[in-house]
Design a protein around this ligand. Structure first.
Ligand code: HEC
Length: 120
């Protein structure tokens, strides 16, 4: 094998090695599937991603608060909260407004809260 090919292979190997992801930042809100989702899990998602606008009082033109248990349950049942979080990046109406779309694992926590029957 000549030098040029060897260098090419070495670069390729380095490239793939650098693709591993050791960050756990985006894993903090993942709930194991066999565990019931509680409102406290959903509340931290709202507080971290939504309530700079959907607080109480609301700011930046947000029409509803997402602070209390009833706020969030009503928003899921009547204001399409899960649908709004699930719109693709760049899509019209995506929440959080202006994006980026939250990781699917985070959206799944909210979906599971509904499936589990809105546990307190
Ligand atoms: C930068 C401010 C901002 C952030 C952050 C934000 N929103 Fe919003 N949200 C708005 C505004 C403004 C509207 C009204 C315009 C619209 O419907 O798109 C809105 C509308 C909504 C609506 C529809 C309400 C209705 O009555 O129809 C839902 C549901 C919603 N947001 C959920 C969320 C969720 C969930 C998050 C976090 C994942 C979030 N938003 C983050 C500003 C924000």
């Amino acid at each position: 094998m000549n030098l040029k090919n060897t260098l090419f292979l070495a670069t390729l190997t380095l490239f793939f090695l650098s693709c591993s992801n050791d960050s756990t930042d985006d894993l903090t809100e993942v709930i194991p599937v066999d565990q019931t989702v509680k409102f406290s899990d959903v509340k931290s998602i709202m507080d971290n991603n939504c309530n700079n606008c959907h607080g109480n009082p609301t700011t930046n033109g947000a029409p509803i608060s997402l602070v209390t248990y009833d706020n969030v349950k009503t928003a899921i049942e009547q204001h399409g909260l899960i649908e709004r979080m699930s719109i693709e990046n760049g899509g019209d109406g995506l929440m959080p407004q202006g994006g980026p779309r939250l990781p699917q694992a985070t959206i799944d926590v909210v979906i599971k809260w509904q499936t589990d029957g809105f546990q307190q």
